[in-house]
Design a protein around this ligand. Structure first.
Ligand SMILES: Cc1cc2nc3c(=O)[nH]c(=O)nc-3n(C[C@H](O)[C@H](O)[C@H](O)COP(=O)(O)O)c2cc1C
Length: 173
């Protein structure tokens, strides 16, 4: 796991190549094995591999989502806010877990933030996606994880660049 983390980077360029069905099953398993507060599992996921729909998701917000157009898969990570008050934490855990599992099997991925982001002056990115994918209002959209075979090679962050000052021992000050 630490070796995976050492080479982990956000990948936003993908080969024009679908993800094999058996590999998609592994991604599903990674999501469903995530821990959640009180085991309530408030998450809901929408897998999108249709090019036209991915193109529409890529336009969900003006910045930081356009690469979804080239992704083989977008996993829309949602949380049922009526099931748990920790839906945000629970969804975040599934998102990073599926990213790490994707990396471990040769895929690249990037988190696309949806919660608290705007589509335009009138609509939130969340509302845009809820309408596009027919997601009910109480099922909140946290993120989209874009996934595909990497078409870019990013250098790992060097160990000497890690901000060790962020970790204190015993007391903050
Ligand atoms: C909560 C969260 C939201 C993010 N939102 C976006 C996003 O909307 N668009 C994007 O291109 N990258 C997004 N990222 C990826 C970050 O920009 C990226 O992790 C950061 O720049 C560090 O780069 P690295 O992942 O390659 O180490 C997000 C990452 C996190 C954890």
């Amino acid at each position: 796991m630490i070796e995976l983390l050492r080479s982990r980077r956000s990948i936003r360029q993908y080969e024009d190549r679908p993800i094999e069905p058996a590999t998609v099953e592994i991604l599903k398993e990674a999501l469903l094995r995530a821990p959640s507060s009180r085991g309530l599992e408030p998450w809901e996921f929408v897998f999108v591999d249709d090019r036209e729909l991915l193109g529409k998701l890529a336009r969900c917000k003006p910045h930081g989502a356009s690469f979804l157009q080239q992704a083989a898969l977008g996993i829309v990570v949602c949380g049922d806010s009526s099931k748990s008050d920790t839906w945000i934490e629970d969804c975040s855990i599934t998102s990073i877990l599926v990213q790490m599992v994707a990396q471990s099997i040769g895929l690249g991925s990037c988190w696309v933030q949806i919660r608290l982001r705007r589509h335009d002056d009138e609509h939130t990115a969340e509302k845009y996606i809820q309408e596009l994918l027919r997601i009910p209002e109480h099922v909140r959209v946290e993120s989209i994880i874009s996934i595909g075979y990497p078409a870019e090679n990013k250098e790992p962050i060097p160990t000497e660049d890690l901000k060790h000052g962020k970790i204190r021992m015993g007391r903050f000050e």
